[in-house]
Write a protein that binds this ligand. Structure first.
Ligand SMILES: [Fe+2]
Length: 329
C-alpha cells in the first residue's frame, strides 16, 4: 500500500494551513476547507491574513519567519475565529517552521485544533467556582451570625478582629492577596467553637469558675472540628489557625501549649488581634480597658507571649497609622 502524506493530512479532524515565505497560502488540508468554506484551489495563493492572521501570535510587527530564524516557535495559543457560517469558535493554534531540504525556513505550518466545547465547559466550571465562592462567603457570614446571636457581648468581635488581622497581615505579605483573604476568613470564624459553650457561661457577668473557664477553653478545638472538613478557597488552613489562636509563644497557651515557631504565623497574628480587640471592648465580666491597656499588654509581652514583629505591627497600626475598628461606636 502506498501512503500519500497529503491524504493523511486530509483525514485529520484538525485544520492545517501552510504559509510560504512570501506570506502567501501554499497549502491547506480538507478540514481547513470545510471550516472556512471554499475550495483548496481558491484558497491557495491568498495572503496569510485571509481567514485569520497567525502572525499576530508573534508579537507586534514581528514576522514568523524572523522568529523561526531565531529558533523561536509558537506553542499552542488560544484564539477565537469565525467559521464559514460566521459562528465564533475557540481554537488552539500551533505554528512550526516549514523547512526545505537544506533546513532553511521557507514557511510556517499552522495547526488549528477546535476547542469550543472545552472552552464552554471551562467557562461553566469557572462560573460554578465563582458561585461556590459566593455560597461559601454567605455560609461564613451565617456561621458568624449564629455564634454572635448567642453571645451578644462579643457580637461583632470576630468581624472587628478580622479587620485588624487583615491590616496586620498586609504588613507581612502585602502582595499575597489569597493569604490575606485566608487569614481574614480564619479571623471571622475563630470563635465559632463557642457555639458549643452554654450561653449563660458566655454572657456570665463577673468572674468565671475554673470549670466554666475550662469549658470556654474548649472552643478552639471545637472550632477546629466544626471547620476541619470544609475546603476553604485557596486551600488556606483555616481550622489549623483557629485551633492555635490561644497558643502563646512561651507555651502558656491552650489547647496544646505549643511554643515559638511551632505556632503558625497566621495564628500568632490572630492571637494579637484577638487580645487587642477583646481588651478594648466591654465584656460581661468587665468594662472595656481601652487601647492603651491593650497595646501595653502586647508590647510588654512581645517575645514572651506574643510574636515580637506581630506586636510591633499592631502597635504601629494604632499609633502611627491611626487604625480604628470600623463598626465601633
Ligand atoms: Fe478565642
Amino acid at each position: 500500500m502506498k501512503i500519500k502524506s497529503a491524504r493523511i493530512f486530509d483525514t485529520l479532524p484538525d485544520s492545517i494551513r501552510i504559509i510560504g515565505i512570501d506570506k502567501k497560502i501554499v497549502w491547506v488540508n480538507r478540514r481547513f476547507e470545510k471550516l472556512f468554506g471554499g475550495e483548496k484551489n481558491d484558497i491557495i495563493g491568498g495572503t496569510c491574513s485571509d481567514y485569520f492572521c497567525a502572525e499576530r501570535l508573534f508579537g507586534d510587527g514581528d514576522c514568523f519567519i524572523d522568529s523561526f530564524e531565531r529558533g523561536e516557535a509558537v506553542f499552542p495559543k488560544e484564539i477565537t475565529l469565525k467559521d464559514k457560517n460566521g459562528n465564533l469558535g475557540s481554537f488552539l493554534v500551533t505554528c512550526t517552521p516549514y523547512r526545505n531540504e537544506n533546513g532553511d525556513v521557507v514557511g510556517v505550518v499552522e495547526y488549528l485544533r477546535e476547542i469550543t466545547s472545552l472552552t464552554i465547559t471551562r467557562t461553566a466550571l469557572e462560573e460554578q467556582l465563582l458561585r461556590s465562592k459566593v455560597i461559601l462567603g454567605k455560609t461564613v457570614n451565617s456561621l458568624v451570625s449564629a455564634i454572635e446571636s448567642r453571645d451578644p457581648y462579643t457580637a461583632g468581635h470576630q468581624r472587628r478582629v478580622s479587620q485588624l488581622v487583615r491590616r496586620i497581615a498586609q504588613k507581612f505579605k502585602p502582595d499575597d492577596r489569597k493569604w490575606i483573604e485566608g487569614i481574614r476568613v480564619a479571623a471571622q470564624l475563630h470563635d465559632i467553637g463557642k457555639i458549643c459553650v452554654p450561653a449563660e457561661i458566655l454572657s456570665h457577668p463577673g468572674d468565671l469558675s475554673k470549670e466554666q473557664f475550662e469549658l470556654i477553653k474548649l472552643h478552639s478545638e471545637t472550632g477546629f472540628r466544626i471547620l476541619g472538613d470544609i475546603e476553604f478557597a485557596f486551600g488556606f488552613p483555616v481550622s489549623e489557625v483557629i485551633i492555635q489562636h490561644h497558643e502563646r509563644l512561651d507555651g502558656s497557651g491552650y489547647p496544646v501549649g505549643i511554643s515559638e515557631n511551632r505556632i503558625m504565623l497566621e495564628a500568632r497574628i490572630l492571637a494579637v488581634a484577638d487580645v487587642v480587640e477583646a481588651m478594648i471592648n466591654h465584656r460581661p465580666y468587665r468594662v472595656g480597658l481601652g487601647i492603651d491597656s491593650a497595646l501595653r499588654e502586647i508590647v510588654d509581652n512581645a517575645g514572651k507571649k506574643y510574636d515580637e514583629k506581630v506586636s510591633e505591627a499592631c502597635r504601629s497600626l494604632f499609633i502611627d497609622e491611626g487604625f480604628e475598628f470600623q463598626d465601633i461606636v
